[in-house]
Design a protein around this ligand. Structure first.
Ligand code: ZN
Ligand code: ZN
Length: 412
């Protein structure tokens, strides 16, 4: 028996006047999702707990059975995992921006003219960085998409209790990083970070790519500004925790980072953009191929487009994307046998809010041996009448393992 948790990111919504007081999911034509609801067990879910507005990261951590309040120390470690840096418990990881500073060290462009695809050789230069007095700390940079990068500090006596260097606005210098507690570890890390910011400028201001950018009247990527410090926590891998052989098919670095962090294998999909223009055919073909032909027995799948449309406040884009997922992806999922499928969202991204909200999301389960309930369509409202009632994200792994026949008995 195989298991799939498919997350339609940001799917949940609130009723909209322009849709006749229906949510986009209610208003969308979704014959395949409705068929799944009819065959299955339905309910609503708070991915963390009622009223908490989850990030995609904390929601996924919770759905995978980890306590986000314990594991989530900041964006840095997950971002680092997402771009493929091997991190170890105790490492301190940061998200970084390449920015542009002028000769007075004032930030003139926080995103270095949204530099694209040229940062890897600048990163190579940054990775030569040595800071006097901190020879015991390994400094690792890695490029992410566009103007983004990550920084990992590895060594003894470091702390994630340090402030951000990002001034958040242009026209100011990078902020001096300060210790957020009185520990010597935080003081050491803050001092080191301040030196790293300065030294990054010395190392890369005359990098050939920057000289070329200046010549082309583009802002050079001449400084690196870290934020979002997080200490890499020590967690058991998903496979050890549940006795699974798991894989993740996701579109964004953030979700892949969480999966990598949980020790899951990442299966990449060509043409997956994380937007409403993503290649859903490639996504479902990758899912079907791996469910049918690989040794993996558990899959976490994230399809991101509905969240993007929600953030943009674009109601018809969200509705049409839901219909496309129904037609292209869900239709094929319905053909899988010997598979327990949980289909849900990580959080709501209501059009009216244009951000994540604490509204619970609909959740449904399909599988060979279930107590089918009386819900006949898949949406936020119908789901409230289902047999699953209201569960939390932290219940999902226990429930799917039970239906997969892999749940250990608790007691005699
Ligand atoms: Zn999300
Ligand atoms: Zn979002």
């Amino acid at each position: 028996m195989k298991g799939i948790v498919l997350i339609m990111d940001g799917l949940g919504d609130r009723p909209l006047e322009e849709l006749g007081n229906k949510t986009p999911l209610q208003a969308a034509k979704t014959p395949n999702l409705d068929k799944m609801a009819k065959r299955g067990l339905n309910g609503i879910m708070d991915s963390i707990k009622p009223g908490v507005r989850p990030g995609s990261d904390t929601a996924h951590i919770s759905i995978l059975g980890y306590d986000p309040y314990e594991v989530y120390t900041g964006r840095g470690p997950f971002e680092a995992c997402g771009v493929g840096v091997d991190v170890y418990p105790g490492d301190i990881a940061f998200r970084c921006n390449f920015s542009t500073v002028n000769d007075d060290f004032i930030v003139t462009d926080r995103r270095a003219g949204r530099i694209r695809d040229e940062t890897s050789s600048i990163i190579a230069k940054l990775n030569e960085m040595k800071i006097d007095g901190y020879e015991d700390v390994e400094i690792v940079f890695k490029e992410s998409t566009g103007h983004r990068a990550v920084l990992v500090l590895r060594g003894n006596g470091l702390s994630d209790k340090v402030s951000d260097a990002d001034p958040k606005v242009e026209g100011k210098s990078p902020k001096t990083v300060i210790a957020m507690d009185k520990s010597t570890e935080a003081k050491k890390t803050a001092d080191l970070l301040n030196k790293i910011v300065k030294e990054s400028y010395n190392l890369i201001k005359h990098h050939p790519i920057n000289l070329k950018r200046i010549k082309n009247n583009e802002p050079p990527a001449n400084v690196i500004i870290p934020r979002g410090a997080g200490a890499v926590p020590d967690v058991e891998s998903l496979n050890d925790k549940y006795g699974l052989n798991s894989a993740c098919i996701a579109e964004t670095g953030l979700i892949m980072g969480i999966a990598r962090f949980a020790g899951m294998k990442i299966i990449e999909v060509e043409g997956a953009t994380g937007g409403v223009d993503t290649n859903l055919d490639n996504i479902i073909n990758t899912i079907m191929d791996n469910v049918l032909n690989s040794d993996y027995d558990f899959f976490l799948i994230n399809i991101d487009g509905a969240d993007e449309a929600g953030h943009d406040g674009n109601v018809y884009e969200k509705l049409e994307f839901i219909e496309k997922v129904d037609e292209v992806v869900v239709s094929k999922l319905l053909t899988l046998e010997n598979t327990v499928i949980i289909l849900t969202a990580d959080h709501s991204t209501p059009i009216s809010v244009m951000d994540h909200s604490g509204d619970p999301v609909p959740i449904m389960i399909n599988g060979p041996d279930l107590r089918i309930d009386d819900v006949y369509e898949f949406n936020e409202i119908a789901a409230t009448k289902g047999g699953l009632l209201r569960i939390r994200g932290s219940d999902v792994m226990d429930i799917i393992l039970d239906y997969m026949g892999k749940s250990p008995k608790f007691g005699a």
